[in-house]
Design a protein around this ligand. Structure first.
Ligand SMILES: [Mn+2]
Length: 393
């Protein structure tokens, strides 16, 4: 009897091919090179531990993953890369866009990146279900935050596009932590010039966010009007997934109708079944496009799970549905970047909203690793940086 049969032979026959059985097998194949490298670094920088400490991997000053409650927070305790010219050395980069000038009801998403970083310290880099260890299988860094201009949303947009353009052109996979949903437009504007071909957008939200202006300005209710004016981000590849309720402005509905974006309500998704609805969403976003951008609004989840957001709306997704959605997007599209928006820690309870935002980010990363999409070479559709900033017209 093989070792594998000894371990798993006793499992109920209906569980032989279960996710849990596979996860137990996959863990055994993960190395510990990244972990040992981290321990060496911690000891070199943080002194060896007091003589009474039996575990000699422990340092005197906390410098790595442990203790989870200690240390200076970066996202998932990833290295803080202060020199942004070095970003291309990492497979993925997280950075914050702490802009809430675009909020039209309760503000506070300027603290979103800080809130997400804080509770992300709860997590190790290992994800049981997929048998992925980010520390062993890819490199991740935290670039800190974009210098937004809170008193001028257009200047803030220029800063955001420039930052996103810089990271994206390096070939690193970018994860942007908002900030309110107004950042969707400048993020796509920073990416679009670097993609040869069209970009599809999967927009998970309760709100359409497609009107041209709100109270005479571009706000968090307007990103997809402006993003779909970009020549290679056409509205026919914009899928708006989970829309519904009493906070969908008629001005935005008119634009979505006129431009032919694809809206799917929660009821549509329930009646089709989540996976069938996702089949349709992924097909529409991918049709004729080279790359797909994921915009995940935390308020797409039922308000009971995400109190820390600006426009909570009951009746949205369950957290496990949201995670299933982003995992399928990561696995089955040519995902080129993502944003997670509308986390407002001042309204949060026990960090639960920020924790779900963390899950969305790490589940996407783990899925990209599991699907063999990270680490990645330089994609064929990725242009080198243009000589000028095309949005500064
Ligand atoms: Mn929303």
């Amino acid at each position: 009897m093989s070792e594998d049969q000894r371990r798993f032979g006793a499992l109920h026959k209906d569980l032989q091919d279960s996710q849990a059985a596979a996860a137990l097998r996959k863990e055994a194949e993960l190395g510990e090179v990244g972990w040992h490298r981290e321990v060496e670094r911690n000891l070199a920088l943080g002194l060896s531990a007091a003589p009474s400490i039996g575990d000699r991997t422990i340092s005197t000053f906390a410098r790595g993953e442990l203790p989870h409650f200690a240390g200076i927070n970066t996202f998932l305790k990833a290295p803080y890369v202060e020199d942004v010219h070095q970003v291309g050395r990492y497979d993925a980069a997280v950075f914050g866009i702490p802009l809430d000038t675009g909020t039209t009801y309760r503000a506070g998403t300027r603290f979103g990146p800080q809130g997400i970083r804080k509770i992300s310290a709860l997590y190790s880099p290992y994800y049981f279900e997929l048998g992925v260890d980010l520390r062993e299988q890819m490199t991740l860094c935290d670039l800190g935050d974009v210098f937004v201009i809170p008193a001028n949303i257009e200047k803030a947009f220029d800063q955001i596009s420039r930052a996103v353009s810089h990271v994206f052109a390096s070939g690193t996979f970018p994860i942007m932590l908002g900030g309110d949903h107004s950042i969707g437009y400048p993020c796509v504007r920073g990416i679009a010039p670097h993609v040869s071909g069209n970009i599809g957008i999967i927009h998970v939200d309760r709100h359409v966010d497609t009107q041209e202006k709100d109270m005479d300005e571009r706000m968090h209710t307007t990103p997809w009007f402006h993003a779909t004016n970009i020549s290679n981000a056409p509205p026919k590849n914009l899928v708006q997934f989970g829309i519904g309720g009493w906070q969908v402005p008629r001005a935005g509905v008119a634009v979505s109708r006129e431009r032919g974006t694809t809206i799917m309500t929660i009821s549509d998704i329930m009646s089709m079944g989540l996976d069938k609805a996702l089949d349709v969403a992924l097909e529409v976003a991918s049709a004729g496009t080279e790359a797909v951008y994921l915009s995940f609004d935390i308020d797409s989840v039922d308000a009971g799970f995400v109190p820390g957001t600006g426009w909570p709306e009951p009746g949205g997704f369950l957290p496990r549905e949201a995670l299933h959605i982003v995992q399928r997007v990561a696995r089955e599209t040519n995902l080129c970047a993502m944003e997670i928006v509308e986390v407002a820690p001042p309204y949060d309870v026990s960090d639960m909203t920020a924790l779900l935002a963390t899950r969305v980010a790490v589940d996407v990363l783990a899925t990209l690793v599991d699907a063999g999409k990270l680490p990645r070479g330089r994609p064929a559709w990725l242009n080198s940086a243009p000589a000028r900033e095309p949005w500064a017209l």
